[in-house]
Design a protein. Sequence first.
Length: 281
Amino acid sequence: MNYRHAFHAGNFADVFKHALLTRLLVYLTRKDSPLRYVDTHAGVGAYDLSGPEAERTGEWRAGIGRVLAASPSPQVAGLLQPFLDIVRESFPDEGPRRYPGSPLLAKRLLRRGDRLMLCELHPQDVRKLEVEVGRDRRVTIEARDGYAALNAFVPPPERRGLVLIDPPFEQRDEFSHMLNALLKAHRKWNTGVYALWYPLKDPAGAGWFCDSVVKAGVRRVLRVEFEVSAYDPAGPMSGCGMLIVNPTHGIEAEARLLLPELARLLAVGQGGWKVEELAGE
Ligand SMILES: C[S@@+](CC[C@H](N)C(=O)[O-])C[C@H]1O[C@@H](n2cnc3c(N)ncnc32)[C@H](O)[C@@H]1O
């Protein structure tokens, strides 16, 4: 458990992940009926961008820093607005800046009758998460393995909701863990929306993971990928992806608008993007 998200908060991968997560939640909260949000790898909830970790890498400046300074087209600005409104709340012109993690974004977007189940394994991060989002009756935080907990969390009583699986990819077999957790949960709850983030550090591994989901018979699968530079096996992470099972209505079209603009804003080399339906109804 060496991975610390504080070094990477607000980087291009977070912007990609959180922009899509926000669009999924915006859609799900349009219907009145309550929903459940499950975050298997929650992190600390909000990140101090003036802290030593974020300062050391400066990754956020090439990520959310660029997006906040840009003027995207009106259509894309509208899609990004719910995400950027929450970011701006913690982004004063002067003073310490913070970047909201997935639990905080979800907490801000969900309604009174919705519930959030958050898992985090690192004891220090659990304490921070409790301070950041724990004082809310809608939120349950469990200090346990998110993969194992997911099996106990589904199907949720609301029968509507979204599961975010966003592991640190410290382990070589992370794709296998993600696959097993998804398939197990999907067998119990095949109507939930599942969003699984992955890095493009091992394209063959990512391809294997996506193919395996489809081969296992999961229907309604969308693969979304985003690169800020050309893939270099010896270089830093150049891109990332999200596999979305049961994508919400309109997310595919929204991703096709958002990603070219994000690629334009965030590319440091040859950027690119891809939106592909891997399995239909
Ligand atoms: C990529 S970060 C999560 C970022 C967060 N989802 C966000 O978007 O703001 C991954 C987190 O998973 C935690 N973690 C690692 N292994 C875990 C496990 N098996 N179960 C739950 N959390 C785990 C790490 O401590 C780290 O905080």
